[in-house]
Design a protein around this ligand. Structure first.
Ligand code: GDP
Ligand code: GDP
Length: 434
């Protein structure tokens, strides 16, 4: 896992502007993702051969005066717990405020490295004025203009010099399963149900990450690494903070895992946040399984499960290839049914289709549905090959790849899925000019 850098500071000092600048070169591949707002608060950055994750903690600012200070304090504490280094942003345009002082006090009292970033130092005069911020009690300060970029190089030089090496997620040899889902869907209950059983051998993987609880888990002779993102609630009071950090954690384990196991609560169904997580898992090309938990709470008739799955698949197109299983973590019903699915998805992810098979397939689907004429050109696709497995990537060589209609792409993907088994696995297809 990459080292984590959190940006903290009171509202309007320029945290999100700095955040955008730090992850700027990656902007194209970073999606909007947050449980609180649609804004982006999480991304990866790169400087002097060092990769790191940046979190912008500015997501939530309560309007209520009473809650305000508590919430801000809690945000700072959470940021400290979750990060390897902190960028504490202040604003030279407004000067030092009470809230700056309060935050500085909390930050000085802990051991993580803090970089005092005096933002909005856009010109020479403002850079001079940044000196007043030495009174906040940090040894060093970094005058920066997040808007024009000046000073950010020096800041990043200092920051990456002291960042720890990325920590491996325990033993890389086992498949990594991320147990994810909204708060209260039963993630901890499920992990505990799996772990507290004499058929399993549990090993706590100590010191791997601060935010996920990883355990190696053995079932019928096969070992897995379970990454549990729960456990935040106990020390957090402000609801929005819980949501924010559970989102951040979800993203981190999504990036690391081989298979994402998304839990939903049977009585609540699929919500917007779940769909976003599914989309992220697909974007990262992870294996995906959906588990409907709390199945015991539903009134059941003969086709309840079938109808339930049909309904959510109609709602979300990508679920058409995601295996779904219902369980009750509470009653331990079908909790082991997830593991054969995991194995199958892992197999599918590694599947290699030979070039001759694939080209036979291509000939067949072209007969079934000929490639269209687009703007006076007959589209031609002559050759296909699987360029990568685990996760699978297919390349198709054709004239005018930019003219290929989306519905033909979909047709190819559906046909690949019908013909070869890629259940639970996102497929990447690239179309190249030849
Ligand atoms: P946040 O609330 O801390 O995330 O602050 P924002 O990033 O939203 O910025 C607050 C305001 O400050 C916006 O109007 C920004 O355009 C402005 N701002 C941010 N960075 C700079 C800077 O380096 N120079 C100047 N002049 N304005 C800035
Ligand atoms: P997490 O926040 O996703 O880790 O959720 P928890 O595991 O803490 O569970 C939230 C609540 O749902 C707890 O009160 C659990 O007892 C309850 N719960 C979890 N699984 C089930 C289940 O299968 N059936 C029922 N009825 N309740 C469950």
């Amino acid at each position: 896992m990459l080292p984590v850098v959190s940006i903290v500071g009171r509202p309007n000092v320029g945290k999100s502007t700095l955040f955008n600048r730090l992850i700027g070169q990656r902007r194209a591949i970073v999606h909007d993702f947050s449980g609180v707002t649609r804004d982006r608060h999480y991304g990866n950055s790169f400087w002097n051969d060092t990769d790191f994750t940046v979190i912008d903690t500015g997501g939530y600012v309560p309007q209520d005066e009473d809650v305000f200070l508590t919430a801000i304090r809690e945000q700072v504490h959470l940021a400290m717990d979750e990060s390897d280094a902190i960028l504490f942003v202040v604003d030279v345009e407004t000067g030092i405020t009470d809230l700056d002082n309060a935050m500085a006090q909390i930050l000085r009292a802990q051991k993580k490295p803090v970089y005092l970033v005096v933002n909005k130092a856009d010109n020479e005069e403002r850079r001079w004025n940044t000196a007043e911020f030495y009174s906040l009690g940090f040894d060093q300060l970094f005058p920066v203009s997040s808007v024009n970029g000046s000073g950010t190089g020096d800041l990043l030089d200092a920051l990456v010099r002291d960042l720890p090496e990325p920590t491996p997620v325990a033993d890389d040899t086992y498949p990594k399963l991320a147990i994810i889902g909204r708060p209260n869907v039963g993630k901890s209950s499920y992990v505990n149900a799996l772990l507290n059983h004499d058929r399993s051998i549990v090993t706590d993987v100590a010191g791997t990450t601060r935010d996920t609880i990883n355990s190696t888990y053995e079932y019928e002779g096969r070992k897995y690494l379970l990454m549990d993102t729960a456990g935040l609630r106990k020390r957090t009071k402000v609801k929005e903070n819980i949501e924010f950090y559970s989102t951040v954690r979800t993203m981190r384990s999504l990036m690391e895992c081989d298979v994402a196991i998304l839990l939903i609560d049977a009585t609540q169904g699929l919500e917007a946040q779940d769909v976003r997580v599914l989309a992220e898992a697909e974007r990262f090309n992870k294996g995906i399984i959906m588990v409907i938990n709390k199945w015991d709470l539903l009134e059941k008739e003969s086709n309840t499960f079938r109808d339930y799955v049909k309904e959510i698949r109609e709602k979300v197109r990508m679920l058409s290839y995601v295996p779904v299983v219902s369980i009750s973590a509470l009653n331990r019903k079908r909790i082991y049914d997830v593991l054969p699915l995991v194995d199958r998805v892992l197999e599918n992810r590694k599947r290699k289709i030979s070039t001759s098979q694939l080209n036979q397939f291509l000939e067949q689907i072209k007969i079934e549905r000929p490639l269209p004429y687009v703007r006076g050109h007959q589209l031609k696709m002559n050759y296909a090959t699987q360029v990568k497995q685990n996760p699978p990537v297919f390349a198709f060589f054709m004239n005018k790849p930019k003219e290929l209609p989306v519905n033909y792409r979909r047709y190819i993907e559906n046909k690949i899925r019908d013909t070869f088994d890629f259940e639970g696995v996102p497929i990447t297809m690239v179309f190249k000019e030849k």
